[in-house]
Design a protein around this ligand. Structure first.
Ligand code: ATP
Length: 344
């Protein structure tokens, strides 16, 4: 009897991660996806410490209901909205103001005159295709990258001319995690808290709360260098929050994070925003952004093509549909037949 040859296999670790939706949905990529194992199982009930009381009176607007407007915004109205962000009410407090931000790398214009107003107590999502300029924008906001033009102000304090004031109340999850990974998770959290001026007792209490919230209790004594990608992301997120900042800047906080942990992180962020904290996050997960963000900006080729409340930006469709439309639609995978010819 002839035994049929085994089909060839490609082993790809989370191939769609950090890919923008048009690519992540591409049939070629879909064909390659092999289900990822869910690693960290956890159940969380511990609430995260709320941010310190705001000096201004803050009432977080509830997430806008998923009600379709009577008329879909046209591309022209969206583009106009991009230049003048449209918060729900004109008197909304603005915690973070980006004005006419520009960043070039040689001939590449990574960020092209971006202006955004982030209301206090909101969760603001920044989405865009790979290479759109999201990380570059957030890196300038957090003072990691100097802008070529424009200004960034946190509660009126300029990030570049008044960095100590501007950054004091900021918690940052950068894109490329460069942690002190020869420390244990517990030591890293301790270090983050002490650096932010907390006393040791408070740091210990908050570290325990955060470890419980992120399902890292059993990992606190292990070296961060030995953590999985998702565990590393979570301990970095916990380090960004330990001083209960008023503003969290999170670059792809859900990347590598399993669905249970993502649900926990979502709940933590929603409680945080309900207590007056503000979250600015970038993500490729359109469903998640649509579900948790009050406001969203779609960035393509360094420019904001749409921004405003979630309902204003997505119109009558989903955020993903609007994103794909503004990002230039999907490309059909042609000329890839060689992939099906198998080298054996
Ligand atoms: N240090 C750098 N030197 C040169 N070019 C850079 C540098 N950092 C970013 N770029 C370029 O700037 C553009 C924007 O990159 P950026 O990382 O901000 O995109 P992104 O929207 O965060 O992408 P992704 O979704 O893939 O993370 C890209 O063309 C990128 O190649």
């Amino acid at each position: 009897m002839t035994v049929p040859a085994q089909p060839p296999a490609a082993v790809v670790d989370t191939p769609a991660e950090a890919l923008d939706p048009p690519i992540a949905e591409d049939p070629v990529v879909e064909a390659l996806v092999i289900e990822d194992a869910v690693v960290d199982d956890l159940v969380v009930e511990a609430p995260l410490v709320a941010p310190a009381p705001a000096t201004r009176t803050v009432t977080r607007k509830p997430a806008t209901p998923a009600k379709a407007p009577t008329q879909a915004p046209t591309k022209a109205t969206i583009t106009t909205a991009a230049r003048t962000p449209a918060p729900e009410s004109a008197d909304a407090d603005v915690v973070l103001e980006l004005h006419d931000l520009v960043k070039r790398f040689g001939d590449t214009v990574a960020v092209d005159h971006v202006s955004l107003s982030i209301p206090t107590g909101s969760i603001f999502g920044i989405v865009g295709p790979n290479g759109a300029g999201k990380t570059t924008t957030l890196s300038m906001v957090t003072g990691l990258l100097r802008p070529d033009g424009g200004t960034i102000a946190v509660h009126g304090a300029d990030v570049w001319s008044d960095p100590i004031v501007a950054k004091r109340n900021m918690g940052v999850l950068p894109d490329r995690l460069r942690l002190f990974d020869r420390l244990t998770g517990g030591q890293l959290l301790y270090y983050a808290g002490i650096l932010r001026g907390l006393d040791p007792q408070t740091v210990k209490k908050r570290s325990a709360d955060l470890a419980s919230a992120f399902g890292l209790e059993d990992a606190l004594d292990r070296l961060v260098a030995d953590y999985s990608a998702g565990m590393t992301k979570k301990v970095a997120l916990a380090s960004a929050m330990i001083h209960s900042p008023r503003l969290l800047i999170l670059d792809e906080p859900f990347e590598s994070v399993d669905p249970v942990s993502a649900a926990n992180v979502t709940e933590i962020l929603q409680n945080y925003a309900a207590a007056g904290g503000t979250v600015v996050l970038s993500s490729h997960s359109m469903d998640l952004v649509q579900r948790i963000c009050d406001y969203v900006a779609i960035v393509v080729s360094g420019s904001v093509l749409a921004s405003g409340t979630m309902d204003e930006v997505r119109g009558i469709g989903s955020l993903e549909e609007r994103f794909v439309e503004l990002a230039g639609g999907r490309k059909t995978a042609e000329g890839m037949e060689w992939l099906h010819s198998f080298s054996d």
